[in-house]
Design a protein around this ligand. Structure first.
Ligand SMILES: [Zn+2]
Ligand SMILES: [Zn+2]
Length: 449
């Protein structure tokens, strides 16, 4: 049995782990690193649609593995196309760092993912067709507890809690014993019971190897904010605000939407979402606890100025028109600013020119790396300038989609694998504090059991 770490080793994200066992060959995720290409590409100096994998192979950004990629992607490379020998790609959840590079793969390779993850993929492909083209793979969907069989490998996906619905970990029965793969998970949100169930089943499997995520292993002492605390903080900000409260969070973060929605409702405010978020909610509401934007009286849908400037439905995409009956525009918000909590992304800040907010607040509720990382300095300055210009009070309220170090310790100590391999972390050696047999792997490294 062999494991090759083409990504997700020595870095947070970009998981691409090949498992080979007695003729069975599967990948655990096929994601894109967060810092993908940033050493060589800059603004318009970036691969175009005419480019294939030759650009990425040149800088060793994508592993040069035969019998894996599509003929189209290989046409200008020195790797000749051969029929793939991979039996399947097991996706843990639909974040880009776990699935983005599927677009390079030969379409004959089957892809496995949870029902919820597939639905999110379909929604994003509709909303952002040019970014989300993953090809026509044979997509096998599953639900938690299903038993998949790929060659002789028996695979059980089990749901976990993360910052996106439809997230799974896997227990895989191989000829050398069980392997447990956590994907990304946390234990401090409203659905922590899912992760607890996964950990329990993983422990019962008495695994030989645990591939465990460690995103937050670097932060020893930070406070582990829970989703409940986010709700409290947001509630406090809304209660004290004398104007409109604007907020920005990831559209697929259902728990975050619900925290903010709850706080808005408790303070007798209407939550204003954009058409994209409305579309995401409508299409996921049967799978997760999103309210229905078309019928919920506490939700209005914001329509921006378009072509005619008359808010005529013909100005909008066909999928947006469904929400016209729930339409709200800058005029109503400007007239009664205290009545609303409005979802407003960075790229939608232009609306403030029309809303002309006074005494407003902005709650930034996305992952911290945008506000703290060096890479985003220019964007951050622009955001700050907008806040200053409109005299908007800026707040942060966020909790991570990843388990704290303390919770990772608990997970490892409960599952008790013989061998622990840290992945999706920049602090693999930190795992040695709570397991006697930790194998630290480098990118590209292959281990044999
Ligand atoms: Zn991840
Ligand atoms: Zn993730």
């Amino acid at each position: 049995m062999k494991l090759t770490f083409y990504g997700g080793a020595g870095e947070i994200g970009g998981n691409k782990i090949l498992l080979e066992d007695k003729g069975g060959k599967v990948y655990l995720d096929f994601g894109e690193s967060f810092h993908f290409g940033e050493d060589y590409f800059y603004e318009y100096l970036a691969p175009r649609t005419a480019n294939g994998l030759e650009v990425y192979f040149e800088f060793d950004l994508v592993p040069k593995v035969p019998k894996l990629y599509s003929s189209d992607m290989l046409k200008l490379t020195d790797l000749k196309y051969e029929k793939p020998d991979v039996d399947g790609i097991l996706i843990s959840h639909s974040h880009s760092d776990h699935m983005n590079h599927i677009s390079f793969l030969d379409e004959s390779i089957p892809v496995y993912m949870g029902h919820g993850a597939k639905q999110i993929l379909d929604i994003y492909s509709k909303l952002y067709p040019s970014f989300c083209d993953y090809g026509e793979h044979d997509m096998h969907t599953f639900k938690s507890g299903d038993k998949l069989k790929i060659k002789h490998l028996e695979i059980m996906p089990i749901h976990v809690e993360h910052s996106i619905p439809g997230a799974y970990g896997y227990i895989i029965k191989t000829s050398k014993g069980n392997i447990v793969y956590t994907g990304d998970l946390r234990l401090h949100g409203p659905k922590k019971a899912l992760t607890e169930e996964f950990v329990k089943k993983a422990a019962l499997a008495k695994p030989y190897i645990l591939l465990c995520e460690g995103t937050r292993m670097n932060y020893e002492t930070e406070h582990n904010f829970t989703e409940e605390e986010v709700n409290k903080k947001v509630d406090e900000i809304i209660k004290n605000s004398k104007g409109t409260v604007f907020t920005y969070f990831s559209m697929s973060n259902v728990d975050r939407f619900n925290s903010i929605y709850k706080a808005a409702k408790e303070n007798n405010r209407i939550i204003v979402i954009d058409t994209r978020l409305a579309y995401v909610m409508s299409n996921l509401k049967d799978k997760v606890d999103f309210p229905d934007p078309l019928t919920d009286p506490n939700i209005k849908v914001y329509f921006r100025f378009a072509k005619s400037c008359t808010f005529n439905e013909k100005d909008y995409y066909i999928w947006e028109r469904e929400y016209c009956p729930k339409m709200i525009t800058h005029k109503e918000i400007k007239k009664d600013p205290k009545k609303y909590v409005m979802f407003l992304g960075f790229y939608k800040l232009m609306e403030l020119v029309y809303i002309q907010p006074t005494d407003a607040d902005f709650i930034y509720s996305m992952s911290e790396h945008f506000l703290e990382g060096e890479d985003n300095e220019e964007m951050r300055t622009v955001l700050e300038n907008w806040m200053k210009h409109f005299k908007i009070n800026f707040h942060k309220a966020h909790c991570s989609g990843h388990a704290s170090k303390t919770d990772i310790k608990k997970i490892v100590e409960t599952i008790k694998p013989k061998l622990l391999i840290p992945i999706h972390t920049e602090n693999a050696s930190g795992f040695k504090e709570f397991h006697p047999n930790v194998k630290i792997v480098k990118k590209g490294e292959r281990i044999e059991v």
